[in-house]
Design a protein around this ligand. Structure first.
Ligand code: CP3
Length: 348
């Protein structure tokens, strides 16, 4: 397997070595707040065309690195490429978010393929190879997938919903059928993430954006357990694979998530309670986060204060500076520059 060619502050933190100046990148750092992204997006046509054209995907992955010299690049793709490769219809309509054909009855779930068509995902691997070849050694490359729970919420409802009620109801009413979706996602995500490592990813992130809507019992079953299986499946093949989990909104359930899944780091949102994180999470693994993306839109003194809070709360331990969720399209580029300068000026 072609393993990491990078040696970076980002990977050092994941390996347990905290840095004086925390490495920094942003979730959704390639995206609509960048004019160069909007230009290429228009040229590519559809969003999936952008994801599945290696030349384009590699280019948009590199755009924020050139502009901001982040410590890590994340491959440009989407969590919904797995349902797509499983044969589900996936469309991205401008201004509306993703649309899928809903999988909302046990009968429909019974028709779901168990194995994804990995030829569909080959362009993602090719984009990873191209990006790794162009990146400096000290910039890490992150591969990713959605966690089974979060991907399943979109597959069941056919779209994003405010509280993921359709998937929660399905999981209560038909847990066995719902578990079939989860199992298919676990198996294919392991294979997909291993493929990304082989293609040059230095670390992996598992996005569980909707973990926070689950009760503790359902969280253990649908967020922790599938993520644990993915981590175990990867480590069976690549024992030292570096994996970041992002169970957004998990709050006081984070220590249990860290304990059970075996991830090397967790990405935390801005509502996380600092003392709980320091004592029961950062004492065990690295922490990534957790600036409120709205503070980044606000800018000025509010942004400075929010940046300082993240640093004061977490920079004495293993920290990768990031946002608590993805950057929003209306964010001014000057505010991103201001945030980065302030983080890089930090001296413990
Ligand atoms: O972080 C990066 O820069 C890498 C690229 C990336 C995208 N999506 C590109 C994208 C990543 C890591 C994702 C993950 C993703 N996709 C998640 C989990 C993380 C999160 O932010 O919560 C989820 C839930 C999705 C599903 C998805 N894709 C939604 C809900 C949307 C619509 C909302 C939106 O922001 O428009 C997308 C589309 C999408 N994925 C865009 C981008 C840049 C915008 C599409 C466009 O350019 O028109």
């Amino acid at each position: 397997m072609t393993r990491s060619s990078a040696s970076s502050a980002f990977l050092d933190v994941l390996a347990g070595r905290s840095q004086n100046v925390p490495p920094i990148w942003m979730m959704r750092q390639a995206g609509r707040y960048l004019p160069e992204y909007r230009e290429l997006r228009a040229k590519a046509g559809g969003f999936l065309d952008l994801c599945f054209t290696p030349e384009f995907a590699a280019e948009v992955t590199l755009q924020p690195i050139r502009r901001f010299q982040f410590d890590a690049a994340i491959i440009f793709s989407d969590i919904l490429v797995i349902p797509y490769a499983l044969g589900r219809a996936v469309r991205f309509e401008a201004g509306e978010g993703p649309r899928l054909d809903p999988l909302d009855t046990p009968e429909l779930i019974a028709t779901l393929k168990r194995e994804a068509d990995f030829a569909t995902l080959e362009p993602v691997y090719e984009a990873l190879r191209r990006v790794r070849a162009e990146l400096d050694r000290n910039v890490a490359l992150i591969g990713f997938c959605g966690a089974p729970w979060t991907v399943a919420t979109y597959m069941v409802a056919g779209q994003g919903t405010p509280d993921q009620a359709p998937a929660r109801l399905m999981a209560y009413r038909h847990p066995d059928a719902f578990a079939d979706i989860i199992d298919a996602l676990v198996e294919n995500s392991v294979r997909y993430l291993l493929g990304q490592l082989k293609a040059g990813a230095d670390a992996l992130q598992i996005f569980d954006t909707w973990a926070g809507v689950l009760s503790p019992r359902e969280f253990a079953r649908w967020s922790i357990e599938p993520t644990r299986r993915i981590v175990a499946g990867i480590r069976k093949e690549v024992p030292d694979a570096k994996i970041i989990g992002f169970p957004r909104g998990a709050g006081a359930l984070l220590p249990a998530y860290v304990e059970a899944t075996g991830v090397d780091a967790v990405s935390i949102d801005w509502a996380a309670e600092p003392e709980l994180i320091r004592e029961r999470v950062q004492s065990k693994v690295a922490v990534q986060g957790n600036l409120d993306p709205l503070a980044l839109i606000a800018g000025g003194a509010a942004l400075d204060r929010a940046v300082d809070d993240v640093l004061e709360n977490f920079a004495r331990g293993r920290l990768i500076f990031n946002l608590g969720h993805g950057i929003l399209p209306e964010t001014p580029i000057a505010h991103v520059e201001r945030m980065i300068a302030r983080v890089r000026a930090y001296r413990g």
